[in-house]
Design a protein around this ligand. Structure first.
Ligand code: CTP
Length: 402
């Protein structure tokens, strides 16, 4: 599975705003995801948080002065700047944004930002009037025009007690942006992928439905893996319990018909559709508007079902790569091969329905037209997602050649 943060050297610049305490949590999450984090604190940041907090979490020394680190082969800000894979300033105050836009190098953060060739992410956090001030916005425009990516702050309660824009973006969003920047250039770079996950619920009455035990784990893992490989992902999720990919806001649907509409809208400019969702094949023909009551004289109850459309089979869009799943209890390969052909798929992931649905691991066989079946070892759904992403990238590569 591509893990864009593993082993990556991230310089985390922290400037002096109240949101500086959130940077400690952010640093911790980056470290947990495998990054090698080097924190730089401005003088003002040191008024809000202790360098020691960052040193304890990152296991690296924390930089607070531009005149430090000139020993042996290390040349202070120059080495830090040259070895960074990514520089993130979080939080970035109005003052630090102004200084960065102006090219000031009177502290370690300013010097590194001028000296580095790594991508730069800036996550502003400040009082809402300072955020909306023309000077701040003009400085941000300057930074954007130089290729700096700005992670816009969120609206909500600010430290002053006022409500408005200016809260530091949630740590999950910061992580997602970091993954996205580091994943850029991955095997799915620039591709737009639509992924469905979870099951569908088909209403019987306002409180009951026909559903299945799909957790959404496979689709969500695929969304994360595709984003980590540089893709732009639209995740269409039915009711799920699995952890959502970091930073994704899914299109939420409940029924198969809703999923069909969401998929049709999303694929218009997409390169691939991955249907990992367990779509209900049938829905109650006449869902009741009122809760159904038991009839004391009847021991059985009839429920008329009507077929749902086959979403992936119904899609035929030139150039769109279609990936499906086949969850089977019997004759796995034969049934999966039949679905591959009948639904016009470019890849089908075949696995045992009972062992897979709702589980964390899966033992899958990949079928691609014109290729031998590829039987994979049992692995986590995250790892399986990584293999599927790799095969998808190969399919795209063959499209270019043919
Ligand atoms: N699928 C779909 N629309 C449906 C049913 C399934 O797009 N109404 C997709 C699934 O998301 C999956 C593939 O088709 O990628 C195969 O789904 P599966 O449930 O295994 O097969 P079915 O076609 O429903 O056939 P059956 O239930 O008879 O095995």
């Amino acid at each position: 599975m591509p893990e864009p943060l593993v082993g990556k050297r991230i310089v985390l610049g922290v400037s002096g705003g109240i949101a500086a305490y959130k940077a400690i949590d952010f640093a911790s999450k980056l470290v947990q995801l495998g990054a090698d984090v080097h924190a730089i604190l401005t003088a003002s940041a040191c008024e809000f948080v202790q360098p020691l907090s960052f040193a304890a979490i990152t296991h690296n020394s924390v930089h607070t002065s531009v005149f430090e680190g000139w020993e042996g082969e290390h040349s202070g800000h120059v080495t830090l700047a040259a070895t960074a894979d990514l520089v993130i300033v979080a939080p970035a105050t109005a003052n630090s944004i102004a200084k960065i836009a102006g090219g000031f190098a009177d502290d370690m953060l300013g010097a590194v930002l001028l000296a580095t060739q790594a991508p730069i992410l800036i996550a502003p956090a400040m009082e809402h009037r300072m955020w909306h001030h023309a000077a701040t916005q003009a400085n941000l425009e300057t930074l954007r025009s130089r290729g700096v990516r700005v992670i816009s702050p969120e609206a909500g309660r600010l430290a002053s007690g006022a409500a408005g824009d200016g809260r530091l973006a949630a740590v999950d969003r910061l992580l997602a942006e970091a993954r996205c920047v580091l994943g850029a250039g991955g095997v799915l770079n620039g591709k737009r992928i639509v992924i469905t996950s979870g099951g569908t619920h088909e209403p019987i009455d306002p409180v009951r439905f026909i559903g299945n035990g799909s957790s959404g784990a496979m689709g969500n893992a695929l969304a994360q893996a595709a984003m980590d490989a540089g893709a732009e992902v639209t995740l269409i999720a039915g009711p799920t319990v699995a952890t959502l990919p970091i930073g994704v806001t899914p299109v939420r649907i409940t029924t198969a018909l809703e999923m069909q509409s969401a998929v049709q809208a999303a694929i218009v400019d997409a390169d691939a559709l991955i249907m990992a969702a367990a779509v209900a094949d049938f829905r109650p023909a006449h869902p009741s508007e009122h809760k159904l009551k038991k009839n004391p004289d009847e021991n059985t109850q009839q429920l008329e079902l009507v077929k749902n459309p086959d979403i992936i089979a119904g899609i035929s869009q030139p150039g769109l790569v279609k990936v499906g799943f086949a969850a089977e209890t019997d004759d796995l390969i034969a049934n999966a091969t039949q679905k591959l052909q009948a639904k016009g798929l470019d890849l089908i992931v075949a696995n045992d329905a009972v062992a897979t649905i709702g589980a964390s691991h899966s033992q899958a066989t990949l079928l691609i037209p014109g290729h031998e079946p590829e039987s994979l070892a049992e692995m986590s759904k995250e790892d399986l997602a990584g293999v599927i992403v790799a095969r998808l990238a190969e399919i795209f590569a063959r499209q270019v050649i043919s």
